[in-house]
Ligand binder design. Structure first.
Ligand code: PMP
Length: 300
């Protein structure tokens, strides 16, 4: 099913009518905030994974830049459900986007609000569950005193774009970025985890990563399974020497990393903890088990 309508500033309009003026400041200066959210088919109908948590992150992203969301979280949640049901979608990707529109100048222009639903999302390529080859980027992750990584802001993806296009042009699948202290900061669109000595370890958000919703879910599920979960600074050799390494993000899910900079990780195939956490997350997102009902927000 292809989406035919988009929600913009409070109403559903036809796909081709959802246009903005070329003078919109969001387009010129990258001033905008967005989310990527997945909706899954479940035995009880389509359920949006952690919808409210995503929309609260959108609210926090805007707050970092001194904005209030122009529409309350409850209205945005309604809009997300509406674009799924109005387009007859089940398994799909939702893109709420708040951006600076046109006006006399960027300091007085008003924010516009959009929710787009698509079957797959913009970043979906071939399945990555067999594992990916990652590269440490030569581009550093932006520092928190230049562009705060706690916000999911449109302009910050220039940094991600540089890193990922470099990785692809060098024959790798995914870029991992370090911060200006040489610590692992984030993937270009994912959080980074390793398994070392039986523990699950990820970098602190303060190292330059986005506070990922998938990251938080995986840490919760690992702790529930009795795995020690640690948040600590990582350097690139921690990745090289890990027993397992994986990336997490809404778009790609849990992505096993089989090599970093050409050095094989563990057995160079998806590791057992990576696979079991991915399986557990999938059965929860798809409502195959009753666990974590608060994470499934039904389109209804
Ligand atoms: N880091 C970056 C830079 C991202 O763009 C994303 C995708 N939103 C993530 C991490 C993962 O976040 P989430 O699990 O909430 O999708």
């Amino acid at each position: 099913m292809t989406a035919r309508t988009i929600w913009i500033d409070g109403e559903l309009v036809g796909w081709d009518e959802a246009t903005v003026h070329v003078t919109s400041f969001g387009l010129h200066y990258g001033i905008g905030f967005f989310e990527g959210i997945r909706c899954h088919s479940t035995p009880d109908g389509p359920a949006i994974f952690r919808l409210t948590d995503h929309l609260r992150r959108l609210q926090r992203s805007a707050a970092v830049y001194g904005f209030d969301l122009p529409r309350p979280v409850e209205e945005m949640a309604h809009a997300c459900k509406l674009v799924v049901s109005a387009n007859g979608l089940t398994d799909c990707y939702l893109r709420p986007l708040v951006f600076l529109g046109d006006g006399a100048n960027p300091f007085t222009a008003r924010l516009r609000t959009v929710v787009i639903a698509t079957a797959n999302g913009p970043l979906t390529g071939p399945p990555k569950q067999d594992g990916v080859r990652a590269r440490i980027s030569s581009f550093q992750r932006m520092s928190p005193n230049s562009i705060p990584s706690a916000a999911k802001a449109t302009g910050q993806y220039l940094n991600s774009f540089l890193a990922q296009t470099e990785a692809l042009s060098c024959g790798y699948d995914e870029a991992i970025m370090l911060n200006d202290s040489g610590r692992v900061a984030d993937g270009w669109a994912h959080n980074v985890f390793i398994v070392a000595g039986g523990a699950l370890v990820t970098s602190p958000v303060g190292a330059g990563g986005l506070p990922g919703i998938t990251r938080d879910s995986i840490m919760t599920l690992a702790a529930e399974a009795g795995v020690a979960v640690r948040v600590q600074d990582l350097v690139r050799s921690d990745l090289y020497l890990a027993d397992e390494c994986f990336l997490t993000g809404t778009s790609a899910g849990v992505v096993p990393v089989t090599s970093v900079d050409g050095r094989g990780i563990g057995a160079e195939k998806p590791g057992p903890l990576t696979v079991s956490l991915n399986d557990r997350l999938t059965e929860i997102t798809h409502g195959i088990v009753d666990a974590y009902p608060q994470w499934r927000e039904y389109v209804g």
